[in-house]
Design a protein around this ligand. Structure first.
Ligand code: UTP
Length: 293
């Protein structure tokens, strides 16, 4: 029987240079899609998958993230006094239970693998999820929920995968696996392959369910490496014996770590809001009709 996944790591210690100057003062994960910061989408997805312990790997300048999950008593009282019940409920839905959330510092940005490794003591000897909040996935069943359900059958390690066009493979970790239904067995993984050399079109994106053995691999990679520590290298050590699976999720992924992806997500999530849909759609239609798009 596979063990239940109750812990998730949110690596948020990156520098977010693609969003400078905004990220000079505001963490990338606080940037807002319509009216909710990216991190809220990630937390909601984790909760829907049964996660009860939330581990943030942060860095200097990210205190807005810690404040975001705190109770805001003055704001709550003021909304209650003014009878703003709906807003109050929205605000309260962002509060986290005391003890459910932990913050660990990554003192130097040594890569995603290193950020995950920083949480090793909090994870202990349990399987854990990793969520990159800048990958926002719009899906009927939230992506991590889909993966947890599939993981109950497979165990081992699971990475979220999606098909990308040939010309995009060099920007991702690519799986060596036969595209065959939603859950594929992985034979190999290549980080950012050179054009024309990718073993498939299945790209790894920011959702993982990992065995604690991956932490031990990160340990040994860390001691032998001077530079960036890649998470994919540690997962690749688990391949063999059918121990790594790619899960081709149902849904649309937006790369909110890039400006283009963030703008697309803003349009898609805006159009999905009944109160904004008409105004936004007619603006987009006019813009296109006027030849500005
Ligand atoms: P990115 O590659 O998007 O880097 O990291 P970044 O620093 O966030 O953004 P740019 O490229 O400078 O604009 C992918 C994820 O890994 C985390 C980031 O916070 C993001 O969630 N990360 C990356 C860390 O936590 N630590 C690192 O050392 C590197």
């Amino acid at each position: 029987m596979t063990r239940k996944v109750t812990k998730a790591i949110f690596p948020v210690a990156g520098m977010g240079t693609r969003f400078l100057p905004a990220t000079k003062a505001v963490p990338k994960e606080i940037l807002t899609l319509v009216d909710r910061p990216l991190i809220q989408y990630a937390i909601d997805e984790a909760r829907a998958a049964g996660i009860t312990e939330f581990i943030f790997v942060t860095s200097r300048g990210k205190s807005a993230l810690e404040d975001y999950f705190d109770v805001a008593p003055e704001l709550e009282t003021s909304l209650a006094d003014r009878g703003k019940e709906e807003l109050l409920a929205t605000l309260k839905s962002t509060n986290m239970e005391s003890g459910a959330i932990a913050y660990i510092r990554q003192h130097r940005a040594l890569g995603l693998g290193h950020a995950v490794w920083c949480a090793r003591r909090l994870v202990g000897d349990e399987p854990f999820a990793v969520i990159l909040p800048d990958d926002v996935i719009d899906a009927e069943t939230p992506c991590l929920r889909q993966m947890v359900d599939a993981y109950e059958e497979t165990g081992g390690n699971m990475v979220a995968a999606m098909e990308v066009p040939d010309e995009a493979t060099s920007a991702y970790g690519i799986l060596d696996a036969e595209p065959n239904g939603r859950c594929v067995s992985v034979r190999g993984m290549v980080e950012k392959p050179k054009a024309g050399t990718a073993p498939s079109n299945l790209a790894v994106i920011g959702r993982y369910i990992l065995d604690p053995a991956v932490m031990r691999h990160l340990d040994s990679i860390k001691s032998g490496s001077g530079g960036e520590i890649q998470l994919t290298d540690a997962i690749a050590r688990e391949i063999g014996g059918g121990n790594v699976h790619g899960y081709c999720f149902e849904g649309t992924r937006f790369d909110c770590g890039s400006k283009g992806g963030f703008l697309r997500a803003t349009v898609a999530f805006g159009l999905a809001r009944p109160e904004l849909r008409e105004e936004l759609a007619s603006f987009l239609r006019e813009t296109v009709a006027n030849g500005n798009a």
